[in-house]
Write a protein that binds this ligand. Structure first.
Ligand SMILES: CC(C)(COP(=O)(O)OP(=O)(O)OC[C@H]1O[C@@H](n2cnc3c(N)ncnc32)[C@H](O)[C@@H]1OP(=O)(O)O)[C@@H](O)C(=O)NCCC(=O)NCCS
Length: 291
């Protein structure tokens, strides 16, 4: 532990000090101010702070995504205190909390090129287990006009139709032995987090109208309140990838969404298909460690 630094659970009164050193973390700003109160209020989440003279100078959070899987996110260290291993002090306490909750594995996501963060997690025993690509694209009225640089939209030959829970087993088996399941290491996306997919997840998604059959493939896709269609999982083969993605774009338009976000594991043909259809792509690494 660094000199004079104490790690403790965050309090509502820490908000101001945390926002003061996190409002411009990245070029685009930061999201910590928007989520701090909600994270503090959640039963499945622990927010920690490192303090000097009881003033927060670092923070980090853990969330239980399943009874045995923790997700770590929101690691931030005040710029004046970086390079002293303080993120490691915070993550040690977050891992202890997650273990107490029953977690046996903890994971996190780092964008390609975030060297300080990659150094921090590799020094603290986390291993890179998968590389996922976040694909995003405006659709419908928000997309470039056909006469502009967006080109003419080609509707899919395939049509997404709601899948039933009886298809969960076949979809899961196909994915598990296929390229996508292997490259994903069995993980699927929920917002910005990843955990192990189960047949039960697919069956539950079917009941929630979020499990789709598309030709010989499947997807988990649901619209958000922000008018985004979020696709956290797909199963397809390279020869069907373009049509499956096209039909998801059609689904996004049909659901009134203004954009579509899609997670795919980094495989040459998934990324090529996404780019061909006009998705912007950002590469992210999933790291994991036993707890
Ligand atoms: C990533 C972060 C949490 C690491 O915290 P930390 O307590 O500084 O971590 P460490 O002390 O272990 O340093 C990690 C790396 O940061 C870099 N670093 C060292 N001194 C630094 C400084 N003064 N300023 C910036 N980065 C520095 C080094 O690459 C170091 O690796 P090294 O020890 O092998 O040289 C912190 O840099 C941060 O808040 N970054 C902005 C937010 C962010 O990217 N969060 C993670 C999102 S996934």
């Amino acid at each position: 532990m660094s000199d004079g630094v104490i790690v403790r659970p965050a309090l509502p009164s820490d908000r101001e000090a945390i926002v003061a050193f996190t409002h411009d973390t990245f070029e685009w700003g930061d999201y910590i101010a928007d989520v701090f109160d909600e994270w503090l209020a959640r039963d499945d989440t622990q927010v920690m702070v490192a303090v000097v003279d009881d003033v927060p100078i670092a923070t980090g959070s853990a969330r239980m995504l399943s009874p045995t899987e923790a997700w770590f996110h929101g690691a931030r260290v005040h710029p004046d205190y970086r390079g002293r291993g303080i993120a490691a002090d915070v993550s040690k306490d977050l891992r202890a909390w997650a273990r107490d909750q029953g977690a046996v594995v903890g994971r996190l996501l780092i964008e390609e090129g975030n060297t300080p963060s990659i150094r921090h997690v590799e020094k603290t025993g986390r291993r890179r287990v998968a590389t996922m690509v976040r694909c995003s694209k405006p659709v419908g009225d928000a997309s470039p006009s056909p006469s502009g640089n967006g080109g003419r939209r080609v509707p899919s030959k395939l049509r997404a139709r709601p899948a039933s829970s009886t298809e969960a087993q076949a979809a899961f088996a196909s994915w598990s032995v296929g390229e996508l399941g292997r490259a994903s290491r069995g993980l699927f996306g929920i917002g910005w987090a990843f955990r192990r997919l189960t047949i039960g997840d697919l069956a539950a998604a079917a009941r929630g109208s979020a499990f789709w059959e598309i030709g010989a493939g499947w997807a988990l896709a649901s619209p958000t309140q922000e008018a985004r269609l979020e696709v956290g999982w797909i199963e397809t083969r390279s020869e069907d990838a373009d049509d499956l993605l096209r039909s998801l774009i059609d689904l996004a338009i049909g659901s009134g969404s203004e954009s579509i976000i899609l997670w795919v594991p980094e495989i040459e043909w998934t990324v090529r298909a996404a780019r061909r259809l006009g998705f912007e792509t950002a590469k992210m690494h999933v790291y994991a460690s036993a707890l």
